[in-house]
Design a protein around this ligand. Structure first.
Ligand SMILES: NC(=O)c1ccc[n+]([C@@H]2O[C@H](COP(=O)([O-])OP(=O)(O)OC[C@H]3O[C@@H](n4cnc5c(N)ncnc54)[C@H](OP(=O)(O)O)[C@@H]3O)[C@@H](O)[C@H]2O)c1
Length: 260
């Protein structure tokens, strides 16, 4: 679809310097939208801004996409910038930044690790909501990138899984409470996506998709107005079936997975 000045969207994306956020940023810019890319590395943001789509990829008559950026650490509330008048009202606020650290020894629980993961995956989302929710224009949409991990009690995911289960709950409650303000809410449940976050995993990651495929799923889900965006379909189906098992049976399976 051609993007004209009237249809050009203003989109803020956190975690835009890598993985899913980077792919979303590039896809939206190549469609002619304005993306406010958030990251904590000035050099990665500068690189992102210089990676403009090739002229051949831009349809004739399409508004030129552009990137502006905000460089700060999302875990410090004081650092959140107000959006300028030039950045305008938001059509889409995509809170995507996140991290994963596993709890390797549940008996000797690492509270600092737990705090770090909850801080970036959940508390920073609260900060972003206070700072930017009111910048979403009526008819606009808030998007929280959660994870399919929240569907199941996965081994070593005490911190990551808990943060994402809470995030999905938060998104659903916001969908109820923001409806009266004409703001829609979507939550995203990806399976495995090949990014620096999963490059650290030393276990099998079935049906893994590329960040570009992840971005396509998210963008097309949002275009259709979907609240819950889950992908890839077969992986989510398996996760759903496993989540319906009696817990004692799932626990036996999960323990066998960790021993394998
Ligand atoms: N990859 C998967 O398989 C998968 C599956 C399900 C859900 N997800 C979720 O998808 C989202 C994106 O993940 P990804 O795989 O694309 O990860 P990624 O490649 O590691 O990217 C994470 C992004 O978040 C930013 N970030 C992390 N901590 C930050 C902080 N304190 N302040 C500011 N920015 C911060 C990173 O910035 P830097 O570049 O500065 O580190 C980076 O831009 C996460 O919420 C993740 O939980 C991923």
């Amino acid at each position: 679809m051609k993007t004209t000045h009237a249809t050009q969207k203003n989109i803020l994306i956190t975690g835009a310097t890598s993985g899913i956020g980077e792919a979303l940023t590039k896809a939206y810019v190549s469609q002619g939208h304005h993306v406010i890319a958030c990251g904590r590395s000035q050099s990665k943001l500068a690189q992102l801004a210089s990676a403009k789509p090739a002229q051949s990829q831009v349809e004739q008559g399409t508004e030129q996409g552009r990137i502006s950026h905000l460089c700060f650490d999302l875990t410090g509330f004081e650092a959140y910038p107000q959006l300028s008048a030039e950045q305008g009202e938001l059509d889409l606020l995509i809170l995507n930044a996140g991290d994963c650290e596993y709890i390797d020894d549940a008996l000797n629980f690492d509270a600092k690790k737990f705090e770090r993961v909850i801080q970036i995956n959940l508390i920073s989302v609260g900060y972003a909501l206070q700072a930017w929710l009111s910048a979403i224009k009526p008819g606009g949409r808030l998007v929280l990138v959660s994870s399919s991990a929240q569907m199941l009690a996965l081994p070593r995911a005490e911190a990551y899984g808990a943060s994402k289960a809470a995030l999905t709950y938060l998104a659903k409650v916001l969908a109820v409470d923001l409806a009266q303000h004409d703001i829609e809410v979507s939550w995203v449940h990806p399976g495995f996506v090949e990014t620096p976050l999963t490059d650290r995993n030393n276990f099998a990651m079935p049906m893994i998709v590329s960040p570009q495929q992840a971005a396509e799923h998210i963008i097309s889900g949002l275009e259709k107005g979907k609240r819950e965006i889950c992908f890839p379909r077969h992986f989510i189906f398996i996760m759903r079936v496993l989540s319906w098992l009696p817990f004692s049976l799932w626990r036996r399976l999960a323990r066998r997975m960790t021993k394998a």
